[in-house]
Ligand binder design. Structure first.
Ligand code: SAM
Length: 327
């Protein structure tokens, strides 16, 4: 079992397999993109698989693939099929913007992916374009329909709620759960990325969102499941799907944090909001052994901060964009 100095059990690795993305969400990236990690600096699938194998023998049992947009990376299906065969990995999931999901959902399912998170910040075509700068709402919706058809379970829809941008859609998103087996999760807007400036006043806090949801129906709390993260779970009375509230900023759930992140260029980050990085790529490419990799993992654990400092004077926005860390 992997324990950090604060006695937190670390069993979750989020892997950003690429910093490339086919959207330009206004709160995440500038319109003309950000400078990209050169291809030769990006970990190969073989290198990632080796890291996962080694970490899995130490206690990592949960892996999420993210990005950038993970589905734009060539060879993803074969990679997932190899990952899904690692016995110690009991939970394998993927976060996507859904643009390529209609084409890939069936193959992802066959490759062994069980569950999927789809990011969607608006149900309105024009607003989707305004937020993402791409006219792709229908493609994403078709991707969600395909995910339902091939029966991923659960299918989570992640909506970042931002005041003045999409806050008038909270109830519409919640209503999706009345008739569809979707888990709709509302995520507080976090101070990261190279987008159009973050202001504390732009955050819609989870208590505020919860009170808005009461307009849709009676909220019944659901106890956390085995693989659940920090979301507070609810079901609207009579609904098929679920609601999740993720208070990334307002509720400090750092005390329960069980995660490490691996960047596309092979650095471990122990907190989304800390720029401390431990290099694995360098070690691997210089012939480091599996034992050396385990040593680096233990160093990472020792440096995991107790908590983030958002909303305090100590907070510094991190240097890497969310797309190069893995949101
Ligand atoms: N491309 C994939 C996707 O769209 O899900 C994976 C990467 S994306 C960076 C992961 C998630 O991070 C998305 O749901 C996105 O909305 C979220 N995200 C990006 N910047 C954020 C911020 N400042 N606050 C909260 N969530 C953010």
């Amino acid at each position: 079992m992997l324990l950090d100095p604060y006695k937190r059990k670390i069993n979750y690795l989020r892997i950003s397999i690429t910093d490339r993305c086919n959207l330009r969400c206004c709160y995440c990236m500038p319109e003309d993109g950000i400078s990209l990690i050169p291809h030769e600096e990006v970990l190969t699938y073989e290198e990632i698989l080796r890291i996962v194998h080694v970490f899995a023998t130490e206690g990592i049992s949960k892996v999420r693939l993210t990005g950038g947009e993970p589905l734009v990376r060539k060879g993803i299906i074969d990679f997932i099929s190899r990952l899904s065969k690692i016995d110690e990995i009991k939970d394998l999931s993927l976060t996507t913007n859904g643009i390529l999901l209609k084409e890939l959902a069936q193959d992802l399912k066959q490759a062994g992916l069980k569950r999927i998170n789809i990011s969607l910040d608006s149900l309105r075509k024009e607003r989707f374009y305004q937020i993402t700068r791409k006219d792709n709402f229908e493609r994403v919706w078709a991707g969600i329909e395909e995910a339902l058809r091939v029966a991923f379970s659960p299918i989570k829809i992640n909506m970042v709620a931002i005041r003045g941008l999409n806050d008038d859609e909270i109830e519409s998103f919640a209503r999706l759960t009345l008739h569809l087996p979707l888990t709709v999760r509302f995520i507080e807007y976090m101070p990261s990325g190279n987008g159009e400036g973050w202001k504390e006043s732009d955050i819609l806090t989870t208590p505020h969102i919860q009170s808005r949801l009461e307009n849709v129906g009676n909220l019944i709390p659901i106890p956390p499941g085995q693989w659940d993260g920090p979301a507070k779970r609810f079901q609207i009375d009579g609904a098929i799907g679920e609601i999740g509230l993720i208070g990334a900023v307002s509720s400090h759930f750092c005390g329960d944090c069980n995660r490490l992140r691996l960047t596309p260029d092979g650095k471990i980050r122990t907190c989304l909001f800390s720029d401390e990085e431990i290099d694995l790529k360098d070690l691997i490419r210089k012939g480091g052994s599996d034992h050396d990799l385990k040593e680096r993992l233990l160093i990472a654990l020792r440096t995991k901060p107790e908590k983030h400092f958002i909303n305090t004077y100590q907070f510094k926005k991190c240097q890497r964009n969310m797309s190069a860390i893995g949101g």
